[in-house]
Design a protein around this ligand. Structure first.
Ligand SMILES: Nc1ncnc2c1ncn2[C@@H]1O[C@H](COP(=O)(O)OP(=O)(O)OP(=O)(O)O)[C@@H](O)[C@H]1O
Length: 555
């Protein structure tokens, strides 16, 4: 089989550049049709898209929904609020099933409450307080996404929940709404809800979203950090209602008895599959043991929940309902996914520089496999005159906070990162994700590329693969296929990596050559030249403003 012809087909592959690689493999080739120099994997998807945010709805459909809603609203108006049954928004169960099917909501479990069809249903059926309704409206949340339609009602019925819904589909709001409604008002009872997130940055983001949706209601949120003033005497922190934390910080507080969690009624594990992996699992055990109220309700959320995680989850849950939105463990369909063959390590820098030269549309996120490589790549790209920064676990908290803020407001155009930013982070405008290093698992791929194409927006994800990564290519190809990408048949015929191979890669990244093309001397030369240009620009600006001042004075 002519492996390199196959590699080129359906991926962005420059056969001139990789002539040497082609020559190495030529002996093994069989007769295969001629291929083009560069062909993109992505073509128009034949699979109908998940339209979470109703962006594709036709006018006709809209009209019908409106008519339907008017009918239902009328029905609700005629009913006394206290008499309202949760079934009011549907005439019968077959209507419910049809609605779920239309919104690609799959449910597994017994006595599953009906979904809501609009945020208005929250008021009419569950009697949520006006502040919640208003805050949703004020923040532009007009229609619930499928996960919000179904997860909110399951949580409002105080059922345990395992929810799997694509990246950027609004999972955060689907637990914030029911928690705020169930807690009703601030009370001097200490923590009643706990949300765990794998990273500090994601915890901060959740904290901000809670504050936004709770505006006008004086709930007290605690984003746990070293600086939090906890009640070390009793452990009951009566000045707070809702706690948001990473596992390690919380376990530390539990062990030092500065936090008691026996009053917690709502426990949410965001990015649950990550939290239930080795590394976090022990800490999670301790947290779950501390949340020992018999009426505790536990909810797990992620874009990727595999069966192993579900089995663990079931040991800590009571008769949970499981929701899957769209295809399980698939990437978001609004993301255009591309694979680019780069030959060896050197090829990656050439490729990324070509992308920069042909004009990258910021903001862009670049993922690498380690802190070391993040630093190396940063030291390469910082000389390319783009507005680039790097974030990883070795940067200080203050630096990390600054970088996240500056990336959000557009001061940083290109952000190099490790897995730290792969999950949950909601940078709405990210146009492009580049997997500079091939991801170590399918889950990592789905979450990394999920930083683009959020809230119904379009996005693009480019994944570089080298000779070393080819063995693992099939896993990513499968994700591309199941999320609606048109993938060439030969790619689908690639051999799947074995379980052992996948495990090995998950545990230890592929050893790669250092990212370094320039000598120190060359780097310093470029830096010096850039400094000179900047200084000259400054001088010109200063002279201009001095002349203006003189002119104004003389006038
Ligand atoms: N009903 C809605 N209408 C419009 N936008 C929404 C709605 N719900 C959420 N969003 C927006 O969608 C974006 C993604 O939401 P969120 O971060 O909760 O996604 P997620 O499913 O948790 O993603 P991930 O799996 O990456 O963590 C956010 O910017 C959020 O404000």
């Amino acid at each position: 089989m002519d492996f390199f012809k196959l590699l080129g087909k359906g991926t962005k592959f420059n056969s001139k550049r990789f002539q040497e690689d082609i020559d190495i493999f030529k002996n093994k080739s069989t007769n295969i049709e001629e291929i083009k120099d560069t062909v993109d994997v992505e073509e128009e998807s034949a699979v109908p898209e998940l339209d979470f945010f109703n962006t594709n709805k036709t006018a006709k459909e809209n009209k019908e929904v409106k008519k339907d809603k008017n009918k239902k609203e009328k029905k609700v108006e005629e009913t006394n609020e206290n008499d309202i049954e949760p079934e009011i928004n549907f005439s019968n169960q077959s209507e419910v099933q049809k609605f779920r099917l239309n919104h690609k909501i799959k449910i597994y479990g017994t006595d599953v409450p009906n979904p809501i069809q609009s945020f208005k249903d929250l008021k009419t059926i569950y009697n949520v307080k006006p502040y919640l309704e208003n805050n949703l409206k004020d923040n532009g949340f007009n229609m619930p996404t499928p996960i919000q339609m179904q997860a909110t009602t399951i949580m409002l019925h105080k059922r345990d929940l395992i929810a799997c819904s694509p990246t950027g589909s609004g999972k955060t709001l689907s637990f914030i709404i029911p928690i705020l409604h169930i807690l009703k008002s601030p009370m001097k009872k200490g923590f009643r809800a706990v949300i765990i997130s794998p990273t500090r940055e994601l915890a901060q983001q959740i904290y901000r979203e809670f504050q936004m949706i709770a505006k006008g209601k004086p709930f007290r949120f605690c984003l746990l950090s070293k600086a939090t003033n906890l009640n070390t005497e009793t452990g009951y922190n009566k000045n707070f209602d809702i706690l948001i934390s990473t596992p390690l910080r919380l376990v530390h507080a539990i062990q030092h008895e500065s936090i008691k969690l026996d009053g917690v009624q709502q426990l949410v594990l965001d990015e649950a599959d990550r939290l239930l992996e080795l590394g976090f699992l022990e800490q999670m055990d301790e947290i779950i043991a501390a949340c020992n109220s018999p009426t505790l309700q536990t909810s797990l959320f992620s874009a990727t929940i595999h069966s192993g995680v579900e089995s663990i989850a079931r040991t800590i849950m009571k008769d949970p309902i499981r929701i899957v939105i769209g295809q399980k463990n698939a990437a978001t369909e609004t993301i255009k996914q591309k694979l680019v063959y780069v030959g060896g390590e050197e090829g990656k820098l050439i490729e990324i520089r070509q992308m920069i030269q042909s004009g990258l549309k910021p903001p862009v996120l670049i993922f690498v496999q380690s802190v070391e490589r993040a630093k190396e790549l940063f030291h390469e790209l910082v000389y390319d005159g783009i507005n680039v920064d790097v974030i990883h676990s070795e940067r200080t908290k203050a630096q990390r906070d600054n970088i996240v803020n500056n990336f959000r407001i557009g001061k940083i155009w290109v952000l190099i990162t490790t897995e730290l930013m792969a999950r949950g982070m909601d940078f709405k405008g990210v146009k492009l994700v580049i997997n500079y290093d091939f991801p170590q698992s399918v889950q990592s791929y789905i979450h990394r590329i999920g930083r683009t194409g959020r809230a119904g927006r379009d996005g693009e994800a480019v994944t570089f693969f080298s000779r070393d990564d080819v063995t693992y290519l099939k896993s990513i190809v499968n994700v591309m296929k199941s999320s609606g990408c048109d993938v060439p048949d030969w790619m689908l015929e690639l051999k799947k990596p074995t379980k052992e191979m996948k495990k090995k890669l998950r545990n230890r990244p592929i050893q790669r050559k250092t990212i370094n093309t320039m000598s120190k001397y060359d780097k310093q030369k470029i830096l010096h030249k850039q400094d000179m240009i900047n200084n000259s620009k400054k001088r010109k600006q200063n002279t201009k403003s001095e002349n203006n001042n003189k002119k104004q004075k003389s006038e």
